[in-house]
Design a protein around this ligand. Sequence first.
Ligand SMILES: Nc1ncnc2c1ncn2[C@@H]1O[C@H](COP(=O)(O)OP(=O)(O)OP(=O)(O)O)[C@@H](O)[C@H]1O
Ligand SMILES: [Mg+2]
Length: 439
Amino acid sequence: METVSALRVNSLYKVYGNRADKAMEILRNSAGRDEKLAGLPVTAAVVDANFEVRRGEIFVVMGLSGSGKSTLIRMLNGLLPPTHGTVEVDGVDITTLKPAALRKLRREKISMVFQHFALQPHRSVLDNASYALEVAGMPRAERRERALQALRMVGLDHCADKLPQELSGGMRQRVGLARALAAGTDIMLMDEAFSALDPLIRREVQDQLLELQAELGKTIVFITHDLNEAMRLGDRIAVMRAGRIVQIGTAEEILTDPSNDYVAQFVADVDRTRILTASAVMERPLGVVDVNSGPRVAARVLRETQTSAVYITGRDKRYLGTVTADDATRAVRDGLTNLQEIVSTGYARKVDDTTPVADIFAPCAESPAPVAVVDAAGRLAGVIPRVTLLSALGSISADASEHTATPEPADTTPTGSDTAPVPVQVVAEPSGRLTGEPA
Ligand SMILES: Nc1ncnc2c1ncn2[C@@H]1O[C@H](COP(=O)(O)OP(=O)(O)OP(=O)(O)O)[C@@H](O)[C@H]1O
Ligand SMILES: [Mg+2]
């Protein structure tokens, strides 16, 4: 049966060294304080990890060198036996599997991409890409076909007959990726897979991974100590510190609500305008009017809210555009009974709720009225007045350790996805002109 989570980890520990049992006892009874381990010849590399990885997500594990990332990922495919705890793959606890069953698991369900690609120098690119299939005993013609297909996915089919040393670092990394793709497993573990690449090439392979992922929908556990990489790739990110997972959340959650000072310091250098999205800075629209309610209603709401335009929604709360005071007055004069004919999409620019803040400046500058933010279903989710964007920026660049990177917006009073935003906002923005001081 399909379960939501592809991987699930329950109170997982890995203690290296001789007195692991003693160390475990101390760890389990000491509520997070590890000093008492001093004196024991052990390293607690992973301590009480609990999380699940959802099918189809990129789950990033991030942490400084030595924080336990590789140890953790190696327990996920049974390369390392845990000291304590369970690892479930598709609902099956793999910690009890025999070696042969573990090999089968790694062949059929979980492949791994390493930092140094582990390519064999005397084999062609194609033979490297098909290596796992060869080990699995797949007939030559079939495995070459599969490997070629995987090389095509990463844009390297034209290099199939080359040797690894004839390729650049980025290309070699893509061969490593192709090898994992050729294996055709649903789960991929990637341990610092891109860390050896220089920054520009690294971005390229990151993009490629995201493109492939959009198409293939694998379940990926991606390890990195690079925060920007984590933020770019991760649907969710787990932050590790000294063996413990100290926070799990989306990039945005980790930026805006770091669970402690350690995480806050870790994220202090990120370009937040690339991570924070429209939905994090949007506000409730002052006036929302149903397209069927007629110009008199629109005119009244415009008066009450003292705004230059009201936002018009149609069936299923879908966003249609705006109506200005002039339009409404004219419509009343002309005796129109609904707003259909006078809705304009030109007066307020529109962005998706997932648009990074960095990409909202231009629409905001061009838009006489606050920018409309729509969700995936096309519903009006909120608006972004210029002042809000500026004040959000102010707090974004403020000292990150204050943990107050977000302005107040929607997260204090979440907008139910199928309820219309209601006009509750008190700060009017009369003409859509820039009205003043960023908070
Ligand atoms: N085989 C081992 N025997 C003993 N200690 C080990 C072993 N492997 C790792 N360790 C220790 O466990 C801790 C976690 O190591 P791990 O390799 O998991 O960290 P990491 O987060 O992957 O670091 P890096 O970013 O440098 O790869 C470190 O203190 C390390 O020295
Ligand atoms: Mg490591």
